[in-house]
Design a binder for this molecule. Sequence first.
Ligand code: NAG
Length: 179
Amino acid sequence: MRPRMWLLLAAQLAALHGNSVLQQTPAYIMVQTNQMVMLSCKAISSSTTRIYWLRQLHAPSSNSHHEILAFWDSSKGTIHSEGVEQKKITVFRDGSSFFLNLTRVKLEDSGTYFCMVIGSPTLIFGTGTQLSVVDILPTTAQTTKKSTPKKTVCRLPRPETRKGRQRRARLRFMKQFYK
Ligand SMILES: *[C@@H]1O[C@H](CO)[C@@H](O)[C@H](O)[C@H]1NC(C)=O
């Protein structure tokens, strides 16, 4: 199985987990081009020795995939993936929190960013941060303060059925990963 396939599966699996051990903040952020952005990933335990940062580009399509940008390792420090601009991405740690700084963001940096650890027996993905890079920030938020847009509420199935689905998805994923 190709790596991008299992990364996609694992990320979908992570999305099923409401209570990931890797909590990412913010969940959504809009930034103007050429600005800087800091994404955070908080781990439950501070014993994490290596954490990966991945990006799934927007507009999921047949060729959208997760690309590994860099990882932070307790002994090696920051290792950038091949082809990743080193000055643009900084990965660092503070206690049990991990950070990804992006400088001078471009429109094409829009996407969902995940932190990930290689757990046992499976990969553990963070909850994800959706980054939208725009040329001009919308100003409607200031002019229409009274009418807060209603959030689309995602109805979740009853907890027990949701758990069952997670378990089935996990099983499916593991079968594929360990083929
Ligand atoms: C990361 O970004 C934040 C906010 O933009 C900034 O204050 C901080 O100095 C940056 N840290 C590093 C190591 O680049």
